[in-house]
Design a protein around this ligand. Structure first.
Ligand SMILES: C[S@@+](CC[C@H](N)C(=O)[O-])C[C@H]1O[C@@H](n2cnc3c(N)ncnc32)[C@H](O)[C@@H]1O
Length: 154
């Protein structure tokens, strides 16, 4: 489970709700949230959902839409934000982690400026974009990453 997402949920949600994971990978975050009582849907390219296109869930609207380490892969990044926005309920939260451009261990990152420009095209409130360094101590990794964290409320 992404520890920053876990903390974000603890701060912003008193009770479990409904969450959508855009680019869920091995579903570890989805499974963690389900164990905690959340109704949770995860979608990924591996399961036939291409987030370069608008994704609208049958389960919408969601209290939380999150996406970890997917945004920087996409050519059409705005589309992922659109999918998040369209699936959120009013006052629902968006949470995103992606690699920042100056991260030395990835090919393509994104800048804070790019993110802020993109977010301005939506009517989000309480927008926060922060950058921090995180030490990845997974076997064979053992290096620092520069992470960009976005949170915003519809
Ligand atoms: C680094 S993994 C992150 C997985 C998970 N979110 C996590 O934090 O562990 C990136 C994921 O993005 C997915 N992905 C990349 N491009 C995608 C696209 N165009 N549409 C949907 N999923 C995509 C990949 O299949 C992969 O599962």
């Amino acid at each position: 489970m992404n520890i920053y997402l876990k903390k974000f949920i603890e701060i912003n949600f008193e009770t479990p709700g409904k969450a959508l994971d855009l680019g869920s990978g091995d579903f570890s975050d989805v499974n963690y949230l389900k164990q905690k009582g959340w109704l949770c849907e995860g979608v990924d390219k591996n399961d036939g959902v291409d987030l370069e296109k608008l994704y609208i869930s049958n389960m919408k609207p969601f209290d939380l839409v999150y996406s970890n380490y997917v945004l920087h892969f996409l050519r059409n990044k705005k589309q992922l934000i659109s999918s998040a926005y369209e699936n959120l309920k009013k006052r629902g939260w968006l949470f995103i982690h992606a690699f920042e451009k100056s991260d030395k261990h990835i090919k393509k990152g994104i800048t804070k400026k790019e993110v802020q420009k993109m977010l301005r095209q939506f009517k989000f409130k309480n927008v926060s974009v922060r950058i921090f360094d995180y030490y990845d101590n997974e076997p064979k990794h053992n290096h620092w990453h520069r992470i960009i964290e976005i949170s915003a409320q519809k």
